[in-house]
Design a protein around this ligand. Structure first.
Ligand SMILES: Cc1ncc(COP(=O)(O)O)c(C=O)c1O
Length: 402
């Protein structure tokens, strides 16, 4: 927002909504009246079509077609079908992404496979301040395979890479600060050290344009229930670069077998990314996830990113103007190219502020000890919502500071 820009008032926000090329997407979602939802980066809202799709899967496919549905209704192919669509969203090569299991479990598979591809190297590098499950899983994989986890500060990641490192694993967008790493640069740095790159795209998929193939990423994982709007506990996804499709996977379940229905006594891995499957596909959850992914695919990702950046800038400018002197500080990078689709603020009474905001229908979240997190989901948020949210924030912060 430049110095000579017009004031950000209701009319200005309404004009932005009027001109918004993504405005029609909001009607595809079932959002409660009177709520400003700034938590779609944690649990995406309900697409209206999900209800009808689940009714069909439950009523007709499960209820009438019963077990025939594994083939007749394509249940067996859901991980590949939905994964393939997610792959298009993240710039993956075809047939390299599957939707299955949780992000945590997929990260376990990716890290163990990466260690297997770099025999003799016994270090996994990650970022201090990464999402806890990423660190816990990396620690667990390291303990299991006789390796160690090395944690680096976000600005010292490249310095932590040396000839002992098998894999670098990072969240592309940090869950607390919204800081976004340079995927191309860090992937190159990992490769220059002879290591493999494993990205967690939980806060990126469906939110920022991604080019996994162009960046030569080795493995990636991410969540289905955030910006992909797949519903609570939606399956995550796993990307394996085509050059690693022959890598051994650590969880050798029957769905990753070349011929699951041969019921052979010995394990023989499937060709391609399918060998990373483990057990029976989560049909209801995958059906719901597919609806959310289809909506995300129908939006122009560059328009999504442009709206997200504009919203973040407006939100920060409104906070700066309306909440001055109330003890709030920006905790996300100011530079849009280093920020994902969220704005975080710091306040010593962040927990109490967020509770009061939620009571007023402004839903973001609190991350201890002092972070207020506001997710910006361009498919459902209106510019006017930003004005309403920051006005409520100013009132609440003033009341709690007094
Ligand atoms: C960066 C990141 N990775 C992983 C997860 C969670 O993974 P899971 O779906 O296994 O619970 C989250 C959840 O918020 C996350 O923010």
């Amino acid at each position: 927002v430049s110095d000579n820009a017009p004031p950000i008032d209701k009319a200005c926000l309404a004009a932005l909504d009027e001109a918004d090329p993504l405005a029609s997407f909001r009607a595809l979602f079932d959002l409660p009246e009177g709520v400003v939802y700034l938590d779609g980066n944690s649990l995406g809202p309900l697409p209206k079509a999900t209800r009808a799709r689940l009714d069909e899967v439950i009523g007709r496919e499960w209820g009438r077609d019963l077990i025939r549905s594994w083939e007749a209704n394509g249940w067996m192919d859901l991980p590949q079908r939905v994964g393939g669509k997610i792959g298009r969203l993240i710039g993956a090569e075809p047939d390299s992404t599957i939707a299955c299991d949780s992000t945590s479990v997929n990260l376990f598979k990716a890290l163990a496979a990466a260690l297997g591809l770099r025999p003799g190297r016994r270090v996994i590098v990650s970022e201090r301040g990464n999402f806890p499950t990423d660190l816990y899983v990396a620690e667990g994989v390291a303990a299991l395979l006789g390796a160690e986890l090395r944690q680096a500060e976000p600005d010292a990641i490249e310095a932590a890479l040396d000839g002992s490192v098998a894999a670098l694993t990072l969240s592309h967008v940090n869950y607390r600060s919204g800081r976004m790493h340079d995927m191309a640069r860090l992937t190159r740095a990992a490769h220059a050290a002879g290591a493999l790159m494993v990205w967690d795209l939980a806060h990126s998929a469906g939110a920022v344009p991604l080019d996994l193939a162009g960046c030569a990423v080795d493995f990636a994982v991410g969540c289905g229930y955030k910006f992909l709007n797949g519903g609570p506990g939606a399956p995550g996804f796993l990307y394996v670069a085509p050059r690693h499709h022959g890598a051994a996977m650590p969880l050798t379940g029957w769905m990753g077998h070349a011929e699951p229905f041969a019921f052979a006594p010995a394990y023989r891995p499937a060709e391609g990314v399918a060998r990373a499957l483990v057990g029976t596909p989560q049909v209801l959850s995958l059906a719901a996830l597919e609806v959310g992914v289809d909506i995300a695919l129908s939006a122009e990702m560059d328009a999504v990113r442009a709206k997200s950046v504009r919203m973040a800038e407006l939100f920060a400018a409104l906070v700066e103007r309306d909440c001055a002197g109330l003890g709030l500080a920006l905790a996300s990078p100011r530079d849009a190219s280093a920020r994902g689709s969220q704005v975080c603020l710091r306040h010593k009474r962040a927990g109490a502020i967020m509770r009061a905001l939620i009571e007023r229908g402004v839903i973001g979240d609190f991350r201890p000890p002092d972070i207020l997190r506001f997710g910006l989901t361009p498919l459902t948020l209106r510019y006017a919502d930003l004005g309403a949210a920051t006005a409520a924030l100013a009132e609440v912060a003033r009341a709690l500071s007094g």
